[in-house]
Design a protein around this ligand. Structure first.
Ligand code: PEP
Length: 246
Protein backbone atom coordinates (compact mmCIF):
# COMPACT_ATOMS: atom_id res chain seq x y z
CA UNK A 1 0.00 0.00 0.00
CA UNK A 2 1.57 3.27 -1.11
CA UNK A 3 0.42 6.16 1.07
CA UNK A 4 0.18 9.37 -0.91
CA UNK A 5 3.01 11.89 -0.48
CA UNK A 6 2.91 15.63 -1.20
CA UNK A 7 6.22 17.53 -1.13
CA UNK A 8 6.63 21.29 -1.45
CA UNK A 9 9.69 22.46 -3.36
CA UNK A 10 10.26 26.04 -2.25
CA UNK A 11 13.12 26.51 -4.73
CA UNK A 12 15.05 29.74 -4.05
CA UNK A 13 12.13 31.49 -2.40
CA UNK A 14 11.43 32.51 1.15
CA UNK A 15 12.59 34.57 4.08
CA UNK A 16 12.43 33.96 7.80
CA UNK A 17 9.09 35.74 8.28
CA UNK A 18 7.55 34.31 5.10
CA UNK A 19 8.64 30.76 5.98
CA UNK A 20 7.30 31.07 9.53
CA UNK A 21 3.92 32.18 8.21
CA UNK A 22 3.82 29.43 5.58
CA UNK A 23 4.76 26.70 8.05
CA UNK A 24 2.24 27.98 10.60
CA UNK A 25 -0.50 27.71 7.96
CA UNK A 26 0.52 24.15 7.04
CA UNK A 27 0.70 23.12 10.70
CA UNK A 28 -2.66 24.66 11.54
CA UNK A 29 -4.43 22.53 8.91
CA UNK A 30 -3.27 19.18 10.36
CA UNK A 31 -4.02 16.31 10.38
CA UNK A 32 -3.38 15.16 6.81
CA UNK A 33 -4.19 11.72 5.49
CA UNK A 34 -1.28 11.97 3.04
CA UNK A 35 2.37 12.19 4.02
CA UNK A 36 3.44 15.83 3.73
CA UNK A 37 6.89 17.43 3.55
CA UNK A 38 8.57 20.68 2.51
CA UNK A 39 11.98 21.04 0.86
CA UNK A 40 13.48 24.34 2.03
CA UNK A 41 16.62 26.20 0.92
CA UNK A 42 19.68 25.03 2.90
CA UNK A 43 19.96 28.09 5.20
CA UNK A 44 16.41 27.58 6.44
CA UNK A 45 16.65 23.87 7.24
CA UNK A 46 17.51 24.49 10.90
CA UNK A 47 14.51 26.67 11.63
CA UNK A 48 12.26 24.45 9.49
CA UNK A 49 13.36 21.52 11.65
CA UNK A 50 12.50 23.45 14.81
CA UNK A 51 9.10 24.53 13.47
CA UNK A 52 8.14 21.04 12.27
CA UNK A 53 9.70 18.91 15.02
CA UNK A 54 7.30 16.20 16.21
CA UNK A 55 4.56 17.58 13.91
CA UNK A 56 4.39 14.57 11.61
CA UNK A 57 5.29 16.83 8.68
CA UNK A 58 8.67 16.05 7.14
CA UNK A 59 11.29 18.35 5.72
CA UNK A 60 14.08 17.99 3.26
CA UNK A 61 16.60 19.69 1.00
CA UNK A 62 16.51 20.50 -2.71
CA UNK A 63 19.86 18.94 -3.53
CA UNK A 64 22.62 16.89 -1.94
CA UNK A 65 26.29 16.38 -2.77
CA UNK A 66 27.42 13.11 -4.29
CA UNK A 67 30.59 13.42 -2.17
CA UNK A 68 30.98 12.24 1.38
CA UNK A 69 33.05 15.23 2.55
CA UNK A 70 36.04 17.29 1.51
CA UNK A 71 37.13 20.24 -0.59
CA UNK A 72 33.86 20.82 -2.45
CA UNK A 73 33.13 24.49 -1.80
CA UNK A 74 29.44 25.25 -1.75
CA UNK A 75 28.33 21.64 -1.56
CA UNK A 76 26.21 20.17 1.25
CA UNK A 77 26.64 16.51 2.13
CA UNK A 78 23.99 13.91 2.83
CA UNK A 79 25.47 13.46 6.32
CA UNK A 80 24.83 17.15 7.02
CA UNK A 81 21.27 16.83 5.77
CA UNK A 82 20.75 13.83 8.02
CA UNK A 83 22.06 15.86 10.96
CA UNK A 84 19.46 18.52 10.14
CA UNK A 85 16.78 15.85 10.38
CA UNK A 86 16.03 15.84 6.65
CA UNK A 87 13.79 12.97 5.60
CA UNK A 88 14.12 13.82 1.89
CA UNK A 89 16.52 15.34 -0.62
CA UNK A 90 15.38 16.23 -4.12
CA UNK A 91 18.03 15.13 -6.64
CA UNK A 92 18.14 15.70 -10.39
CA UNK A 93 15.52 18.43 -10.53
CA UNK A 94 15.31 19.62 -14.14
CA UNK A 95 16.52 23.08 -13.09
CA UNK A 96 19.72 21.52 -11.74
CA UNK A 97 20.08 19.31 -14.82
CA UNK A 98 19.63 22.38 -17.06
CA UNK A 99 21.49 25.13 -15.18
CA UNK A 100 24.17 23.03 -13.47
CA UNK A 101 24.71 20.42 -16.17
CA UNK A 102 23.88 17.52 -13.87
CA UNK A 103 24.15 14.20 -15.68
CA UNK A 104 22.09 11.07 -15.10
CA UNK A 105 25.10 9.43 -13.48
CA UNK A 106 25.75 12.35 -11.11
CA UNK A 107 22.08 12.28 -10.10
CA UNK A 108 22.40 8.55 -9.40
CA UNK A 109 25.50 9.18 -7.25
CA UNK A 110 23.60 11.85 -5.30
CA UNK A 111 20.73 9.41 -4.73
CA UNK A 112 23.20 6.80 -3.44
CA UNK A 113 24.83 9.34 -1.10
CA UNK A 114 21.45 10.33 0.33
CA UNK A 115 20.34 6.72 0.87
CA UNK A 116 23.63 5.90 2.59
CA UNK A 117 22.74 8.45 5.26
CA UNK A 118 19.10 7.51 5.69
CA UNK A 119 17.80 10.41 3.62
CA UNK A 120 15.23 9.44 0.97
CA UNK A 121 16.19 10.81 -2.43
CA UNK A 122 13.37 12.19 -4.57
CA UNK A 123 14.80 11.39 -8.00
CA UNK A 124 13.35 13.71 -10.65
CA UNK A 125 12.90 12.63 -14.25
CA UNK A 126 11.15 14.35 -17.13
CA UNK A 127 11.27 15.17 -20.80
CA UNK A 128 11.57 18.53 -22.55
CA UNK A 129 8.88 19.73 -24.92
CA UNK A 130 11.10 18.91 -27.92
CA UNK A 131 11.56 15.36 -26.63
CA UNK A 132 7.80 14.95 -26.10
CA UNK A 133 7.03 16.33 -29.55
CA UNK A 134 9.53 13.87 -31.01
CA UNK A 135 7.71 10.99 -29.30
CA UNK A 136 10.67 10.29 -27.03
CA UNK A 137 9.07 10.84 -23.59
CA UNK A 138 9.19 7.24 -22.35
CA UNK A 139 12.67 6.64 -23.76
CA UNK A 140 14.04 9.75 -21.98
CA UNK A 141 12.52 9.08 -18.56
CA UNK A 142 13.50 5.39 -18.79
CA UNK A 143 17.11 6.40 -19.45
CA UNK A 144 17.10 8.83 -16.51
CA UNK A 145 15.60 6.25 -14.14
CA UNK A 146 17.87 3.48 -15.42
CA UNK A 147 20.92 5.40 -14.22
CA UNK A 148 19.56 5.31 -10.66
CA UNK A 149 18.55 1.65 -10.98
CA UNK A 150 21.99 0.66 -12.29
CA UNK A 151 23.71 2.46 -9.45
CA UNK A 152 21.40 1.40 -6.63
CA UNK A 153 20.33 -2.15 -7.52
CA UNK A 154 17.88 -3.44 -4.92
CA UNK A 155 18.30 -0.22 -2.92
CA UNK A 156 16.20 1.52 -5.56
CA UNK A 157 13.19 0.34 -3.55
CA UNK A 158 14.10 3.06 -1.03
CA UNK A 159 13.77 6.04 -3.34
CA UNK A 160 10.88 8.27 -4.35
CA UNK A 161 10.58 9.18 -8.05
CA UNK A 162 9.12 12.46 -9.30
CA UNK A 163 7.95 12.60 -12.90
CA UNK A 164 8.16 16.26 -13.87
CA UNK A 165 7.73 17.07 -17.56
CA UNK A 166 10.08 20.04 -18.06
CA UNK A 167 7.49 21.84 -20.19
CA UNK A 168 5.01 21.78 -17.31
CA UNK A 169 7.25 23.20 -14.58
CA UNK A 170 6.34 26.74 -13.60
CA UNK A 171 4.61 27.28 -16.93
CA UNK A 172 0.98 26.83 -15.93
CA UNK A 173 0.81 23.94 -18.43
CA UNK A 174 0.00 20.63 -16.78
CA UNK A 175 0.23 17.17 -18.25
CA UNK A 176 -3.29 15.79 -18.56
CA UNK A 177 -4.04 13.09 -16.00
CA UNK A 178 -3.97 10.53 -18.84
CA UNK A 179 -0.58 11.76 -20.14
CA UNK A 180 0.90 11.67 -16.63
CA UNK A 181 -0.60 8.25 -15.84
CA UNK A 182 0.88 6.75 -19.01
CA UNK A 183 4.39 7.81 -17.99
CA UNK A 184 3.89 6.79 -14.37
CA UNK A 185 2.74 3.34 -15.48
CA UNK A 186 5.87 2.91 -17.57
CA UNK A 187 8.10 4.06 -14.68
CA UNK A 188 6.31 1.68 -12.31
CA UNK A 189 6.90 -1.25 -14.68
CA UNK A 190 10.58 -0.35 -14.91
CA UNK A 191 10.90 -0.21 -11.11
CA UNK A 192 8.99 -3.47 -10.68
CA UNK A 193 11.29 -5.24 -13.10
CA UNK A 194 14.40 -3.80 -11.44
CA UNK A 195 13.97 -4.67 -7.78
CA UNK A 196 11.89 -6.86 -5.50
CA UNK A 197 10.39 -3.83 -3.74
CA UNK A 198 10.34 -1.66 -6.85
CA UNK A 199 6.57 -1.77 -7.19
CA UNK A 200 6.22 -0.02 -3.85
CA UNK A 201 8.26 3.04 -4.87
CA UNK A 202 6.16 6.18 -4.71
CA UNK A 203 6.02 8.08 -8.00
CA UNK A 204 5.02 11.73 -7.65
CA UNK A 205 3.79 13.99 -10.42
CA UNK A 206 5.16 17.54 -10.63
CA UNK A 207 4.43 20.39 -13.01
CA UNK A 208 1.97 23.20 -12.32
CA UNK A 209 -0.08 21.19 -9.83
CA UNK A 210 -2.74 23.49 -8.35
CA UNK A 211 -5.69 23.05 -6.00
CA UNK A 212 -8.05 22.73 -8.97
CA UNK A 213 -6.18 19.99 -10.85
CA UNK A 214 -4.61 18.03 -7.97
CA UNK A 215 -7.47 15.64 -7.19
CA UNK A 216 -7.79 14.37 -10.76
CA UNK A 217 -4.03 13.88 -11.11
CA UNK A 218 -3.75 12.13 -7.73
CA UNK A 219 -6.72 9.95 -8.62
CA UNK A 220 -4.72 8.14 -11.32
CA UNK A 221 -3.72 4.62 -10.30
CA UNK A 222 0.05 5.12 -10.58
CA UNK A 223 0.27 8.72 -9.31
CA UNK A 224 1.21 8.60 -5.64
CA UNK A 225 1.13 12.32 -4.89
CA UNK A 226 2.93 15.42 -6.06
CA UNK A 227 6.06 17.52 -6.03
CA UNK A 228 4.73 21.05 -5.86
CA UNK A 229 6.67 24.20 -6.78
CA UNK A 230 4.85 27.53 -7.06
CA UNK A 231 1.69 26.42 -5.28
CA UNK A 232 3.69 25.25 -2.24
CA UNK A 233 4.55 28.85 -1.35
CA UNK A 234 0.99 29.77 -0.35
CA UNK A 235 -0.30 27.84 2.66
CA UNK A 236 -3.92 27.84 1.53
CA UNK A 237 -3.01 26.35 -1.87
CA UNK A 238 -0.51 23.84 -0.52
CA UNK A 239 -2.95 22.68 2.15
CA UNK A 240 -5.69 22.25 -0.49
CA UNK A 241 -3.32 20.14 -2.61
CA UNK A 242 -2.37 18.01 0.41
CA UNK A 243 -6.07 17.46 1.13
CA UNK A 244 -6.67 16.47 -2.50
CA UNK A 245 -4.19 13.63 -1.94
CA UNK A 246 -6.41 11.95 0.60
C1 PEP B 1 8.92 21.91 -9.37
O1 PEP B 1 9.73 22.79 -9.54
O2 PEP B 1 9.28 20.84 -8.84
C2 PEP B 1 7.54 22.15 -9.80
C3 PEP B 1 6.76 21.13 -9.96
O3 PEP B 1 7.18 23.47 -10.00
P1 PEP B 1 5.70 24.03 -10.34
O4 PEP B 1 4.73 23.31 -9.44
O5 PEP B 1 5.78 25.50 -10.04
O6 PEP B 1 5.46 23.74 -11.78
Amino acid sequence: MRNKLVVGNWKMHGSRPANAELLAGILAARPYAADVAVCAPFPYLGETAVALAASGIGWGAQDCSAHEQGAYTGEVSAAMLAECGCRYAIVGHSERRAYHAESDSLVADKAAAALAHGVTPIVCVGETLAERDAGRTEEVVARQLAAAIDKLGERVAGIVVAYEPVWAIGTGRTATPAQAQQVHRALRAQLQAAAAGGGGVRILYGGSVKPDNAAELFGQPDIDGGLIGGASLKAVDFVAICRAAG
